[in-house]
Ligand binder design. Structure first.
Ligand SMILES: *Cc1c(COP(=O)(O)O)cnc(C)c1O
Length: 452
């Protein structure tokens, strides 16, 4: 039995997998909110470089990973696949639990998989500078690392409450040479508007997105970059599942269950989409996306067109959403606090190829601590959702006496998030489940937008 399955550098996948070639029902096109008509690629040109817009709408099944991107991937990829034997033993489960460790990247999560690719495509398109937003700071740090690798300037609008609470993330960004400012900031019209309402505005991801887009479209040689949700982001993340397929094949295994945590859906999609391709072609696999019960876009939201941001600057996307006015509770899994879900993941949920499940904050931290005390690695609060789901499935396998093979994406480590563990270990963390009447109110506001 192997505990750690490594791929050789030369066996790193050379192409990303684009599920848009295989989906039973295509993703509905983004709509122009002013006209209700599908937007055209040229309308996105001020926001993203055209080479990434082409990937966004591509239906080519396999897309070559440029050599310059592969070279950077080799800084930390291929990532190891582990069998969690100590966790299995602790649970007394007949299930075999495998986890793909995406926490070994320089930024500590899966996010550099797309950050490196996006920085590269911006660079070759002639872009000199990127503007982006970050919530808890994971995306900002991943893109700072990537922009530094390709010699691009970066400005990060960081949600003010996180900026104040998480100084270490800002320091990572600055170490890689990026500029990080609290949002709302005085640097944009959108930011000034919110600051005028409240000089101590805590900020939100939606406001920070609006600021970053405004910055990108009004500054020379600049573009905007998003760390999740969009089709091209999910595409870049498929390197996770493609590597895992090779690693499992090398030891003669194939998963019965594939699990990831889902905020915007990118790390989950990264591990799951190559396996969903097999499922579309008849394989019997159970694919589960784990989300927080305080921000339950897939399990309690509806499938509808909605804005991607609070300030209504983005096109309308067909996705599972709680409404763009939803303000999630300040749970510690900052990366999972998004009102919507990736359009690709949402469509696959509608087609019953993905089962969404929600977990509360306390059960996810209990799972994360169990993981740290068996397997050693301290997981990110987001990752704890995938672990809670994995433990639930491993216990079910025990009850049923079945030797199930479980593959989980371990999306990142929690070393920069120890304050969250402090809150949990000292009993200060509570469970917050979004009340149904509040959800009903939010969903009612969506009636004015088209149904896909
Ligand atoms: C950002 C983040 C997530 C959630 O984002 P997705 O786009 O849903 O993957 C999950 N885990 C970690 C460690 C993150 O940094």
């Amino acid at each position: 039995m192997k505990r750690r399955i490594d791929l050789n550098e030369k066996d790193i996948p050379k192409q990303w997998y684009n599920i848009q070639a295989d989906m039973p029902n295509p993703v509905p096109p983004p709509l122009n909110p002013a006209t209700g008509q599908p937007i055209t690629p040229d309308m996105l040109a001020p926001v993203f470089p055209m080479n990434l817009i082409e990937q966004e709408v591509s239906t080519e099944r396999w897309i070559n990973i440029p050599d310059e991107v592969l070279e950077k991937y080799l800084i930390w990829r291929p990532t190891p696949l582990y069998r969690a034997t100590f966790l299995e033993k602790y649970l007394g489960t007949p299930a075999k639990i495998y986890f793909k460790n995406e926490g070994v990247s320089p930024a500590g999560s899966h996010k550099p998989n797309t950050a490196i690719a996006q920085a590269y495509y911006n660079k070759v398109f002639g872009i000199k500078r990127i503007a982006t937003e970050t919530g808890a700071g994971q995306w900002g740090s991943a893109l700072s690392f990537a922009c530094n690798q390709f010699g691009l300037e970066l400005k990060v609008y960081m949600v003010r409450i996180s900026f104040n609470q998480k100084p270490y993330r800002k320091l990572m960004m600055e170490t890689w040479g990026a500029k990080c400012v609290p949002s709302p900031s005085p640097d944009t019209n959108a930011g000034r508007k919110f600051l005028a309402q409240n000089p101590d505005h805590p900020g939100s991801l939606g406001i920070a997105i609006s600021e970053a887009i405004e910055d990108a479209v009004t500054t020379k040689d600049s573009r905007y970059s998003l760390g999740s949700v969009l089709n091209h982001v999910l595409l870049h993340q498929t390197i996770i599942g493609l590597e895992a397929q090779k690693q499992l094949e090398a030891i003669g295994e194939y998963p019965d269950i594939v699990i990831g945590c889902a905020g915007g859906g990118s790390n989950f999609a990264g591990v799951a989409l190559p396996f969903i391709r097999d499922k579309i072609h008849g394989k019997n696999i159970h694919v589960i996306a784990a989300e927080p019960s305080s921000c339950p876009s897939m399990t309690k939201g509806i499938y509808n067109y909605d804005f991607g941001d609070t300030a209504e600057t983005t096109p309308l996307l067909a996705m599972h959403t709680l409404g763009h006015n939803f303000v999630p509770a300040p749970i510690h899994a900052g990366g999972l606090r998004y009102h919507g879900m990736a359009p690709i993941v949402s469509r696959l949920v509608m087609d019953k190829l993905i089962e969404p499940r929600a977990y509360s904050q306390l059960e996810t931290f209990a799972a994360g601590v169990t993981f740290a005390r068996t397997e050693g690695f301290i997981p990110a609060p987001e990752t704890n959702h995938a672990i809670a789901c994995t433990i639930e499935e491993a216990k079910k396998a025990k009850e049923e006496g079945k030797e199930k093979v479980i593959l989980m994406n371990w999306s990142g480590h929690g070393i920069i998030d120890l304050a969250a563990y402090d809150a949990y270990l000292s009993g200060k963390l509570d469970d917050y489940v979004l009340p149904d009447n509040e959800i009903q109110g939010l969903l009612k506001e969506l009636e004015k937008y088209p149904k896909p």
